[in-house]
Ligand binder design. Structure first.
Ligand SMILES: NC(=O)c1ccc[n+]([C@@H]2O[C@H](COP(=O)([O-])OP(=O)(O)OC[C@H]3O[C@@H](n4cnc5c(N)ncnc54)[C@H](O)[C@@H]3O)[C@@H](O)[C@H]2O)c1
Length: 246
């Protein structure tokens, strides 16, 4: 049953070249998806795609409207109408508020918030036409606020607002929109966090460990499947329990 979740469904995964996106791509592949993998990391994407038979890759910067339009048109031509969109690509440019440059603010907003918006806007007409669609956006526990991540936190909180709004606007066309909010996950994104800070972060969560990309992928796969057909506008926290408690 699980294996067939994405059989013959065209599924787009952004930021698929490594980390959480790669884990999502591997899991969706196991479950039969016709995969469209997008990233700006050409080498990482090519390597993954060689392993995942039948997957297609689209290389470019998702903040560029022209690339988004070209990629969606090409995916539709190569694989067929899009059923599932996972907005996973994201970046951090951490600093205390006083030290965040306008440039770093803009880039984080463009990658984490504007690109998902442009992608959703681009795939929605097809989903509407076919009366079927699943969109899952990768949020972050930081959307609740986090020292040193003013730009990142604001971008992810914005993405929560967008997720909840799209859920309401798209529901009548049988398009579900949800978010998965990971805590600390073992990917290249967190490599720059010093060990002593990581230790503190680990201790702050009830499960006392860092999450694995595969554990995030499971939550994304559930929300992107028909098993979650009656769930929309929700944010599922996959964070070792960090977001609960007083
Ligand atoms: N790792 C964590 O602890 C953690 C925690 C919470 C949320 N997240 C979120 O999960 C998602 C994936 O995180 P990750 O840890 O796997 O990150 P990562 O840095 O390991 O991978 C991100 C991928 O996105 C791609 N990417 C970035 N900007 C792009 C752009 N403009 N166009 C195309 N591709 C682009 C990168 O090339 C990279 O392959 C992100 O949205 C992130 O904010 C991660």
């Amino acid at each position: 049953m699980l294996k067939k979740d994405f059989q013959n469904k065209v599924c787009i995964i952004t930021g698929a070249a490594r980390g959480i996106g790669e884990a999502i791509a591997r899991l969706f592949h196991q479950r039969g998806a016709k995969l469209a993998l997008i990233d700006m990391d050409k080498d990482g994407l090519k390597k993954l795609s060689e392993e995942l038979s039948g997957s297609k890759i689209y290389i470019g910067d998702l903040t560029q409207q022209e690339f988004v339009d070209t990629a969606i048109a090409q995916i539709t031509k190569d694989l067929g109408p899009v059923s599932v969109l996972v907005n996973n690509a994201g970046i951090t440019k951490d600093n205390l508020i006083g030290n965040i440059t306008n440039q770093d603010w803009d880039r984080v907003m463009e990658v984490n918030l504007k690109a998902p918006f442009m992608l959703c806007r681009a795939v929605f007409p097809t989903m509407k036409e076919h009366k079927y669609g699943k969109i899952v956006n990768l949020i972050s526990a930081s959307w609740l606020g986090n020292i040193g991540q003013g730009n990142y936190s604001a971008s992810k909180a914005g993405l929560v607002g967008l997720t909840r709004t799209m859920a309401q606007e798209f529901a009548k066309f049988n398009v579900n929109v949800n978010g998965v909010s990971p805590g600390l996950v073992d990917t290249p994104m967190i490599k720059s966090i010093p060990d002593n800070v990581k230790e503190k972060l680990i201790n702050a969560r009830p499960l006392k460990r860092i999450g694995k990309p595969e554990e995030i992928a499971e939550a994304v796969a559930f929300l992107a499947s028909d098993r979650a057909a009656y769930i929309t506008g929700q944010i599922l926290h996959v964070d070792g329990g960090k977001s609960v408690g007083a």
